[in-house]
Design a protein around this ligand. Structure first.
Ligand code: FAD
Ligand code: PHB
Length: 391
């Protein structure tokens, strides 16, 4: 079995690339070491930038998103006992769409099945070879049989713990990283959201976020320590703690219920440079991680795929490899802007164990400035709705 592009990973990055290549008539195989059911059970991002929505339209999977996604024209910041709205539409003329990553993945998987694209799930011991030479190869085992897939290019869309980045010689790349001294515990429930728009809470007990997936399904997060385990967070403890971090009039409106899912995620900033190694291209979480505070992870994955799909399509149509040559540099310019924004949002909203009184005062001043200055609020809004993408 040979193909043009071997795509390692069937998360949003890999599936989007597969669909865009398919529509351009380029053959690809998607290989994942997990089952589709496992992939669909991962509850992750919820906010899409316009650039991401446009790419999903281009991939031919925008119908459900347009029918079911919720257009959000702003967010709320809660601090000092008050709610402050940041009006994206008024400040930038743009908005975001609330639509879960699980739904994006489902739409893309359905489209791949309908188009007959080759996918291998539960592939064991996936290995990549020869990407620094002319004919890269992917090897894996499936149902006890060894397989070899030769290809022109490998797209490393296999997330932070994937095999592609780990297959590089250490001298070939550099990593830049910051690990934060806390995590988020998230809870998903079939309860109506507490407000029409997201609420990001800065509270002395720690950060909280009120988000949603639909008008009947809510997603809430709480800052927690890295030592905590999800089993220690009963639903009751979660709801009680969330209420303590919300203003009383909002806490009063909160509808609680049993959780459908609960998980803890550590917060990390991480970038690999470069993102291209010969015929291997890293994309999405395989190349960079942002803390979720700015809702940028999935959106950055989409912008990488926009660059990579265009570069590959140009190569196969005209033989011109300039797009492939410039891939890493173009991605990294946008990656670092999102890294900056996500780090900054994290730094103004969370309790840092060793920030002291000075840190707390500066944080408060930053938030006051944000809600009083149109310029400062516009800076937040333009990054949140998504910075323009280079063509
Ligand atoms: P992934 O979604 O990680 O997909 C990678 C795929 O590769 C997976 O299907 C995996 O099974 C597969 N894979 C891994 N290793 C191998 C291997 N060896 N061989 C073959 N396949 C392999 N972003 C936000 O914007 N908001 C959030 O609230 C948010 N919450 C998150 C919570 C968690 C726990 C995590 C991990 C991420 C979160 N993110 C969030 C980030 C966002 O979900 C990611 O940026 C997005 O999933 C990136 O998509 P991806 O396709 O690049 O990687
Ligand atoms: C989510 O709904 O999961 C979500 C929304 C906004 C964020 C992070 C996560 O900043």
């Amino acid at each position: 079995m040979d193909t043009s592009v071997a795509i390692i990973g069937s998360g949003p990055s890999g599936l989007m690339l597969g669909q865009l290549l398919h529509r351009a008539g380029i053959d690809a195989v998607v290989i994942d070491n997990k089952s589709p059911e496992h992939i669909m059970s991962r509850i992750r991002a919820g906010v899409l930038e316009t650039v991401t929505v446009e790419l999903l339209d281009e991939a031919g999977v925008g119908d459900r998103l347009h029918a079911k996604g919720l257009v959000h024209e702003g967010i709320n910041l809660a601090f000092g006992g008050k709610l402050h709205r940041i009006d994206f539409e008024g400040l930038t003329g743009r908005h975001v769409v609330v639509y879960g990553q699980t739904e994006v993945t489902r739409d893309l998987m359905d489209a791949r099945t309908a188009s007959g694209g080759a996918s291998v799930y539960e592939a064991e011991d996936v290995r990549i070879e020869g990407f620094d030479a002319d004919r890269p190869t992917v090897r894996y085992r499936k149902d006890g049989t060894e397989h070899r897939l030769r290809c022109d290019f490998i797209a490393g869309c296999d997330g932070f713990h994937g095999v592609c980045r780990q297959s590089l010689p250490v001298q070939a790349y550099q990593t830049v990283e910051r690990v934060y001294p806390f995590g988020w515990i998230g809870l998903l429930s079939d309860t109506p959201p507490v407000a029409d728009e997201l609420i990001y809470v800065n509270h002395e007990r720690g950060f909280a976020l009120c988000s949603m997936r639909s008008n009947t399904r809510s997603r809430y997060y709480l800052q927690c320590t890295l030592a905590e385990r999800v089993e220690e967070w009963t639903d009751e403890r979660f709801w009680t703690e969330l209420k303590l971090r919300l203003d009383p009039q909002i806490a009063q409106r909160l509808v609680t219920g049993s959780s459908i899912e609960k998980s803890i995620a550590p917060l990390r900033s991480f970038v690999v440079e470069p993102m291209r190694f010969g015929r291997l291209f890293l994309a999405g979480d395989a190349a960079h991680i942002v803390p979720p505070t700015g809702a940028k992870g999935l959106n950055l994955a989409a912008s990488d795929i926009r660059y990579l799909s265009r570069a590959l399509i140009r190569f196969y149509r005209t033989g011109d490899s300039d797009g492939l040559g410039g891939y890493s540099e173009r991605c990294l310019r946008r990656v670092w802007l999102a890294e900056r924004f996500s780090w900054w949002m994290t730094s103004i909203l969370h309790r840092f164990p060793d920030a002291g009184e000075f840190g707390a005062r500066i944080q408060r001043a930053e938030l006051e400035y944000l809600v009083r200055s149109r310029a400062a609020a516009t800076a937040l809004a333009e990054s949140y709705v998504g910075l323009p993408i280079e063509d």
